[in-house]
Design a protein around this ligand. Structure first.
Ligand code: PMP
Length: 448
């Protein structure tokens, strides 16, 4: 054990040195970035890659990135899902350039807005929609509406969830108590007292949390994707859906990441019919846009509620939401990018990747496994899948992850930071998948 971890540390040092030697221009830019950007980056998450210096990009197209040192990467991170359908999908780029000279933002619907609504309903089934700029903001609006419509203050989420930076959901379960997530900066409001948190797949706990009749909304991903990936157990969602209905709690399904499961998202595959559905990040091809949909009954109650309020300051939305440029990107993405053919390619190639990962693990009899959810695959350093986020997070091995990521990056393959997620886009090629698998084989050989 001792020698395994010291050889991992030695390999990590070797890979760090290689990165530094091969990225002189990124390192030079890093110095310039540090002059004016906090921590040297325009958004502090960009240091979560834990590289000796940030990878500074020259361009991104399809499933390929090129950095300022001229290195090219097969991108399996895809902006942590924002570029799920490839970087700059040509149809979205065309729609953007057409719209760019016809108005960027006007705070009014455009001639494309009705079409966007039709496309969303055809795809996801829900009849009414609103647009926000981010998935965070769509989730925020959904929770607001749910509280307003039910007259209840509490929301319920699963431990280990992530639905964006809205504070209502930045809570977790600590020895049976709900607490604010400790990473938050400068937050003084007590959101924990208006939140219930239960473990995923724990139906008795879910029932107990709903039973008091205080929960306005259960907000959840159909499969947890932000604490590794945690699959719902058989029958979990059908029972959870019934429990929500029985206790008057609205069910909001966040498909932001799981849009990669199929053209209609993951809930549809499970036969799960939510009251609200949220999709962000990739829904407009990577332009800052998100949507939330809801039932006709809810729409009617929302309209009635709005009619009783003075105009303005509902606490939802931003000036630029549903702007003309974003609407053009949304229509192009729904109509021309998220096609059945595109999904077929993503799902088939992702299955090849997952199978290849499993084969590499089996060849070396490693006590690891692979979880695949649609076009997402995750390599997990434990023998069996987790049932809850807590179990999943305890399987993480930060040094090994960091080493694997840097090893692959130094050889032209990028996977998602924070975990070992590999996303396949319609632009990803079979050759890119093969190269990832070969590199993983070489990595495991060196590690052993
Ligand atoms: N929902 C889910 C499931 C997410 O994973 C994320 C972000 N990773 C969000 C919502 C928030 O997206 P954004 O940061 O674009 O607002």
């Amino acid at each position: 054990m001792q020698s395994a971890s010291s050889s991992a540390a030695a390999l990590l040092e070797r890979e760090r040195r290689r990165f530094i030697d091969e990225h002189p221009e990124s390192l030079r830019r890093d110095k310039a970035l540090r002059e004016h950007w906090l921590n040297g980056v325009p958004m502090h998450w960009m240091t979560d890659w834990q590289l000796p210096a940030p990878l500074v990009l020259r361009e991104a197209a399809g499933a390929r990135l090129v950095d300022v040192d001229g290195h090219s990467y097969a991108d399996f991170c895809l902006g942590d899902t924002g570029a799920m359908f490839g970087h700059s999908p040509p149809a979205v780029a065309r729609a953007l350039s057409t719209q760019a000279v016809r108005g960027l933002t006007c705070m009014l619907p455009t001639e494309l807005t009705a079409r966007a609504g039709e496309l969303l309903t055809e795809r996801f089934g829900l009849p009414f929609w609103q647009i926000t700029q981010t998935a965070t903001d769509a989730n925020r609006a959904v929770l607001r509406w749910a509280r307003a419509l039910t007259g209840r203050k509490c929301i319920l989420v699963f431990d280990g969830c992530y639905h964006g930076s809205l504070e209502d959901t930045l809570v977790r379960l600590e020895q049976g108590r709900v607490i604010a997530r400790p990473g938050q900066v400068g937050q003084v409001a007590d959101f924990a007292s208006h939140a219930r948190v239960v473990e995923f797949n724990d139906l008795p706990a879910l029932e107990a949390a709903l039973a008091g009749g205080e929960v306005a909304c259960l907000l959840a991903e159909p499969v947890m994707t932000n604490a590794g990936m945690v699959l719902p157990q058989d029958g979990f969602w059908s029972e959870a859906r019934k429990l929500c209905a029985r206790h008057g709690t609205l069910l909001a399904i966040d498909e932001t990441h799981t849009l990669s499961s199929g053209p209609r998202g993951h809930a549809h595959r499970l036969g799960l019919e939510p009251d609200f559905l949220v999709a962000g990040k990739a829904i407009a091809g990577g332009m800052p846009t998100a949507v939330y949909g809801f039932t006709a009954e809810l729409a009617q109650r929302m309209e009635q509620l709005l009619a009783t309020k003075p105009a303005g300051h509902s606490g939802m939305g931003t000036t630029l939401a549903a702007n003309a440029l974003a609407t053009a990107a949304l229509v192009a993405c729904l109509q021309e990018v998220m096609t059945d053919d595109a999904y077929e390619h993503m799902l088939n190639l992702s299955a090849t990747l997952a199978e290849g990962l499993r084969k590499r693990i089996a060849e070396r009899a490693l006590p690891w496994h692979v979880i695949s959810v649609g076009a997402r695959s995750e390599l997990v350093f434990t023998p069996t899948p987790a049932r809850t986020a807590r179990e999943s997070l305890s399987a993480a091995s930060p040094t090994l992850e960091r080493l694997l990521h840097l090893y692959l990056l130094n050889r032209g393959v990028l996977v998602t930071p924070f975990h070992n997620m590999m996303l396949v886009s319609p632009a990803t090629s079979a050759a890119q998948v093969q190269s990832l698998l070969e590199l993983l084989g070489e990595f495991l050989h060196e590690l052993s």
